[in-house]
Design a protein around this ligand. Structure first.
Ligand code: CAA
Length: 258
């Protein structure tokens, strides 16, 4: 729908779905595909009825990486002049929570795309990896940075230097994914998770996401202060008064996102 060529989008209740749909190339992330993902998530960001977003692929591939056929002939001046891959980071500007639901291959840019999301949930056949070294290049969209933060230096270094893959179960053990579910249940589990998040105050959810993400950027002291200031801010909201009053009155809260 909506005239997209490489993705499908669908709203179900308060959850916005983006399904990568370039099956012949295993969802290789061409510029066109990345632009469509960015477009779709920005529309969900602006849609007040949407509380969370799920990005998924197919059973065989979440995404098999950046498009190698598109990159093969790129020269250094071209890459530098158009700041190749810079637009991928648009996804991290979205303030609503994004869940990556990964079945099949999440390799190279596919793994990096998943890591730019807020939560990764994996089907039991999912495969993660940064195989760029086998192509004579290195991860270019956060792999050397986010993977280290997600699973630690030693494991990240081993994956990036060997180009070996990581199974879903090992990815869960290492902390890259929040949980592994049977492949056939991936979408329903991701949907339940997204619905639960979307059932909370959107305002408070955005503050919680912002605070967690700052932990990547700030020292512990700065991060704790940042958190405390945002925590204080919640006391200026309707939804904090409502949430606590509903607890005291033993009823369900009615969020107004203000
Ligand atoms: N770019 C472009 N096309 C790709 C692709 C990619 N990353 N991955 C797969 N395809 C294409 C294949 O070329 C093939 O197309 P044709 O039918 O036209 O030949 C089609 O998708 C199916 O792929 P395979 O026949 O290879 O499928 P397979 O089941 O035998 O193997 C696979 C699956 C192991 C994932 C294999 O496709 C593969 O190794 N893909 C490349 C993975 C990779 O190296 N990713 C990193 C890319 S670089 C990067 O991402 C940089 C960055 O940091 C942003």
């Amino acid at each position: 729908n909506s005239g997209y060529q490489y993705i499908l989008t669908e709203k179900k209740g308060r959850v916005g779905f983006v399904t990568l749909n370039r099956p012949k190339a295993l969802n290789a992330l061409s510029d066109g595909l990345i632009n469509e993902i960015n477009n779709a998530v920005h529309l969900y960001q602006d849609d007040k009825d949407i509380g969370s977003i799920v990005i998924t692929g197919s059973e065989k591939a979440f995404a098999a990486g950046a498009d190698i056929k598109e990159m093969e002939k790129v020269t250094l001046p071209e890459a530098y002049n158009r700041d190749m891959l810079a637009q991928w980071h648009d996804l991290t500007k979205i303030r609503k929570p994004i869940i990556a639901a990964v079945n099949g291959y999440a390799l190279g840019g596919g793994c990096e795309l998943a890591m730019m999301c807020d939560i990764i949930i994996a089907g039991d056949k999912a495969i993660f990896g940064q195989p760029e070294i086998k192509l004579g290049t290195i991860p270019g969209c956060g792999g050397t940075q986010r993977l280290v933060r997600a699973i630690g230096k030693s494991k990240a270094m081993e994956l990036i230097l060997t180009g070996n893959n990581l199974s879903a179960i090992d990815a869960e053990r290492a902390g890259l994914v929040s949980r592994v579910v049977p492949a056939a249940e991936l979408l329903s589990e991701a949907t339940k998770l997204a619905e639960k998040i979307a059932s909370h105050s959107q305002l408070t959810v955005a503050m919680a996401k912002e605070a967690v993400n700052e932990s990547y950027e700030l020292t512990l002291q700065e991060g704790i202060k940042f958190e405390r200031r945002l925590f204080h801010s919640t006391f200026g909201t309707h939804d904090q008064k409502e949430g606590m009053n509903a607890f005291v009155e033993k009823r369900n809260p009615v969020w107004e996102n203000k």
